[in-house]
Design a protein around this ligand. Structure first.
Ligand SMILES: C[S@@+](CC[C@H](N)C(=O)[O-])C[C@H]1O[C@@H](n2cnc3c(N)ncnc32)[C@H](O)[C@@H]1O
Ligand SMILES: [Zn+2]
Length: 382
């Protein structure tokens, strides 16, 4: 099959869904945007999206509508429609007519009856679905780059109690290469550290929280995830005029490695009294919801997804109620000028000394603990 003179279209299977995609997108590292975008390497991202959507819809009381505002060839939403049996309606939208043409053909191929298709600009599409009764139980925003321009209309298009899922791929901005751009898009600035992915997720979450506050909407993260070139957050949207302020700063001391999440900025390190660096304003509350992740771990069993999902979810569950931010074994070792400990050994030492300590899904050699850096160094030295 072809959708233009040059592009060959092939059928693949992702999860248990057949998808029609441009053949070139399977052959190159950076998939082309023309004639239609599909990234096979984002399968893990879509697998987790299927698990999260299934977990969410299981307990959602209203109409189970999934709005895919930047759908590409519909890989995510066609999978949701095909694989999650209680989905009532899926609307697949993209500005690119050729993407939508492929999505429609994929839906037919899987004999899906509950899909609608829309070729529109994402904010227009979301605005058309911002009336009560037409909002999404789940709204997905998966742009190239920053999602910030779509957050307002995404929140408006999400039902009360619904789920807003969004991706950010503007890593240089979120990692502090362009501080002004970050301030403009996310209302806060990062510092460059070993745990910059946690800062990025907290900046994205902070931005959603601030925008939600304008509409008297509470935005509560249920699950966050990062892999390769993207960050992804899953946020529950609740209409509530009493929106609590959950913004603050990460106070980080480059000198001794101390870090803390707190409401007020702090200029002096409480451990070594040197000048601190500040990331924020950003979200300082939990990033994971324990019971949602427990449900995800159960739903995981139902689907044909990457085995890595289980590991990510198991780690997320462990760290769900731990405070930020994590340390890495390499960072601690370089401060101690010694070889890094193994993760299990490090956690055992912290537990034996009476501290909470868990691994983190955000970094393979990362760990969270309520132990301060000066004490960690003493414990690891023994
Ligand atoms: C990262 S891709 C989406 C990938 C897809 N969600 C998936 O999981 O495979 C971004 C998509 O957004 C579309 N797009 C870009 N700007 C848009 C806009 N303003 N409104 C609607 N779609 C847009 C592009 O055509 C592209 O298909
Ligand atoms: Zn210090």
């Amino acid at each position: 099959m072809q959708i233009d003179q040059l592009t060959k279209i092939v059928e693949i299977t992702e999860g248990s869904t057949k998808l029609l995609v441009p053949e070139n997108s399977l052959k190159v590292n950076a998939p082309p945007k023309d004639p239609a975008f599909f990234n096979p390497r984002a399968k893990l991202n879509r697998d987790l999206s299927v698990i999260a959507s299934s977990s969410f819809l299981k307990n959602f009381k209203g109409q189970k509508i999934f709005l895919d505002s930047l759908a590409g060839v519909g890989a995510r939403s066609i999978r949701i429609a095909n694989e999650i049996k209680n989905t009532e309606k899926v609307i697949v939208n993209d500005i690119n007519a050729k993407s939508i043409e492929l999505a429609e053909k994929s839906a037919k191929l899987n004999d899906i009856q509950n899909c609608e298709f829309s070729e529109n600009e994402a904010c227009r599409f979301l605005s058309l679905h911002s009336k009560r009764g037409e909002r999404g139980a789940i709204v997905d925003i998966d742009p190239f780059g920053s999602p910030s321009r779509y957050i307002d209309c995404g929140i408006r298009a999400t039902a009360h109690g619904g789920l807003l899922a969004l991706t950010a791929t503007d890593l240089p901005v979120l990692h502090g290469l362009f501080q002004n751009a970050c301030k403009k898009k996310y209302y806060g600035v990062p510092v460059r550290t070993e745990f910059s992915n946690e800062i990025a997720l907290r900046l994205i979450m902070g931005c959603i929280h601030l925008i939600g506050g304008r509409f008297d909407v509470r935005c509560l993260p249920l699950f966050v995830h990062t892999d390769m070139h993207y960050y992804r957050v899953y946020v529950r949207i609740l209409v509530n005029s009493e929106v609590e302020d959950r913004m603050g700063f990460i106070v980080f001391c480059n000198k001794c490695g101390h870090r803390r999440l707190q409401k007020e900025p702090e200029n002096l390190c409480e451990v070594c009294k040197q000048k601190t660096e500040l990331a924020g304003p950003l979200w300082i509350d939990n990033l994971f919801n324990k019971s949602f992740i427990e449900t995800m771990l159960m739903e995981y069993q139902k689907y044909s997804v990457d085995k890595r999902c289980e590991k990510i979810l198991a780690k997320s569950l462990e760290e769900a109620e731990m405070s930020g931010t994590y340390f890495t074994l390499d960072e601690v070792a370089s401060r101690m000028k010694s070889a890094p400990l193994g993760l299990d050994n490090a956690l055992e030492k912290l537990h034996a000394a009476g501290y909470f300590a868990t691994s983190t899904s955000l970094n393979p050699t990362g760990f969270r603990t309520n132990c301060r850096i000066d004490e960690i160094i003493k414990i690891f030295s023994n």
